[in-house]
Ligand binder design. Structure first.
Ligand code: TYD
Length: 145
């Protein structure tokens, strides 16, 4: 599995903002976005979502050894703070047709949730606590620094 092999090598450059196809209704009845098998660079094995997150709360605060994921602001907006052990990048998500694909081995924190926002996570594996690195110092060691 690519995630396990590359997790310690993956850099922020591997994080990708992808377009999720949007079908706008010709009669003005709104939009529909669809994620299919070939939309993402991995197979989706689990879906979860964050909601009712207070604006001053921070979610995430971990990296994954193998898991890959795609985050979508299906409603509202939030910031994703990414770190690869050397470099940091902040991505603001606020469009239901944009997906942030985060490979394995990238530290992430989710902040500044707008009122009523929903973060959808499409991920490559079932829940496994042993796949998490929850300590930033341990993460930096894992990345070789
Ligand atoms: P965590 O992944 O730390 O959430 P976040 O990164 O959004 O802050 O998970 C929070 C809690 O929920 C933790 O106790 C593990 C549990 N959890 C599950 O039981 N199943 C899941 O699929 C997920 C994502 C979390």
């Amino acid at each position: 599995m690519a995630g396990i092999t590359n997790a310690n090598l993956n850099s922020i450059d591997k994080v990708e903002l992808i377009n999720i196809p949007k079908i706008s209704d010709p009669e003005g009845r709104g939009n529909l976005s669809v994620v299919e098998n070939n939309t993402l660079p991995f197979e989706v094995r689990r879906v979860y979502y964050l909601y009712d997150v207070p604006s001053d709360a921070s979610r995430g605060g971990h990296a994954h050894i193998a898991l890959e994921q795609c985050l979508v602001a299906v409603s509202g907006s939030f910031d994703v703070v990414l770190h690869d052990g050397k470099n940091k990048k902040i991505i603001h998500l606020n469009k239901p047709n944009k997906g942030l694909v985060i490979p394995s081995g990238i530290w992430r924190e989710l902040e500044n949730f707008s009122s009523g926002s929903v973060c959808l996570a499409l991920v490559s594996a079932v829940y496994d606590e042993s796949d998490y690195i929850r300590n930033f110092e341990s993460f930096k060691l894992f990345k070789g620094g």
